[in-house]
Design a protein around this ligand. Structure first.
Ligand code: CP
Length: 312
């Protein structure tokens, strides 16, 4: 079983069959986590390079753990102390790493499209670990898998994305994947943080959280990304908290057993109250654990470009 692509740049271009293939592949990798030896030899002899131009705790470390559990060699490029600070271009950096025989390049970049540029210019498999406002496909996949694992289905689930939809690459990847898998998606947030054309994707738009949260199965709470806002898009954090913080009282309006998800890092006390973050409904830490298994599946399912070298 494999995906018919060398790169994972986003979920927009994967079809339902591809998404189901990935979901079906995750379980066996997750079952490794309870063994005393958590490694398999699938990627022995392969080199995985992480190239993060933006900070990360979850994504970079879980890719590293995933690659090591598959027995790959892993190199983490420290962007701030690399030749990138001397002005080396993205393509030249990528070609340099490929000349060192990198098989996979995992990139996070503030500019949407940076992973696509590398994918067009390199033979190595490129995995998008988050590019600007565009997509964060492995986060979308781990969110999808966590819902599937907990609710045993995706079809017909009512999923609410709360908060800063405009600046969120996670929201875009969630929407592409979950709609294809048959979930009903709604978004809620201040009008200034909702993209104007989002209804064209089949998404329902709300501006009132008390109305939107009624009878949903999953609430995925997005971080307020103050660092990506060029201007103040809501009057004050205090007002945002009043109108859009997911609290215990608001959660009571959702369906019993509602899942609380957050891609992290969380701003406790802003988009999510601490009691909700620590409630039995929250699966935030399980999302992180699932991220490793999902990334193992992705690394194994991508189809490497056939090389001419006789040794491989
Ligand atoms: N969810 C996510 O992308 O977290 P990091 O920024 O810590 O990788």
């Amino acid at each position: 079983m494999s995906l018919n692509c060398k790169d994972l740049l986003g979920l927009e271009h994967l079809d339902k069959k591809d998404l189901q293939t990935i979901l079906n592949s995750v379980g066996p990798f997750k079952s490794l986590f309870t063994r005393s030896v958590k490694k398999v030899p699938t990627l022995v002899g392969k080199t995985v390079v992480t190239l993060f131009y933006e900070p990360s705790t979850r994504t970079r470390n879980s890719f590293e753990i995933a690659a090591k559990r598959l027995s790959a060699d892993v190199v983490n490029v420290a962007v701030n102390t690399s030749s990138i600070v001397k002005g080396e271009s993205l393509i030249d950096t990528g070609k340099t790493l490929e000349a060192m025989k990198a098989d996979y390049l995992i990139i996070r970049h503030s500019l949407a499209g940076a992973p696509d540029i590398l994918a067009r210019n390199l033979n190595a498999s490129i995995i998008n670990a988050g590019d600007g406002f565009h997509e964060h496909p492995t986060q979308g996949l781990l969110d999808l898998y966590t819902m599937y694992e907990k609710k045993k289905k995706i079809e017909g689930l009512r999923v609410l994305l709360v908060g800063d939809i405009l600046h969120s690459r996670v929201a875009k990847s969630n929407i592409w994947a979950m709609i294809k898998m048959g979930a009903e998606i709604a978004v809620v947030g201040p009008p200034t943080l909702i993209p104007s054309n989002i209804e064209d994707l089949g998404v329902k738009v709300y501006y009132d959280l008390n109305e939107a949260i009624k009878k949903v199965d999953v609430v995925n709470i997005l971080r307020i990304q103050l660092e990506r806002q060029q201007e103040n898009l809501f009057p004050s954090v205090h007002e945002y908290v009043e109108l859009y913080q997911v609290t215990k009282e608001r959660l009571a309006m959702a369906r019993p057993g509602v899942l609380i998800m957050h891609p992290g890092p969380m701003n406790r006390g802003i988009e999510i109250s601490s009691d909700v973050a620590d409630s039995p409904n929250a699966v935030i830490n399980e999302q992180v654990t699932n991220g490793i298994a999902v990334r193992m599946a992705v690394l194994c399912l991508l189809k490497p470009k056939r090389k001419n070298a006789s040794s491989d």
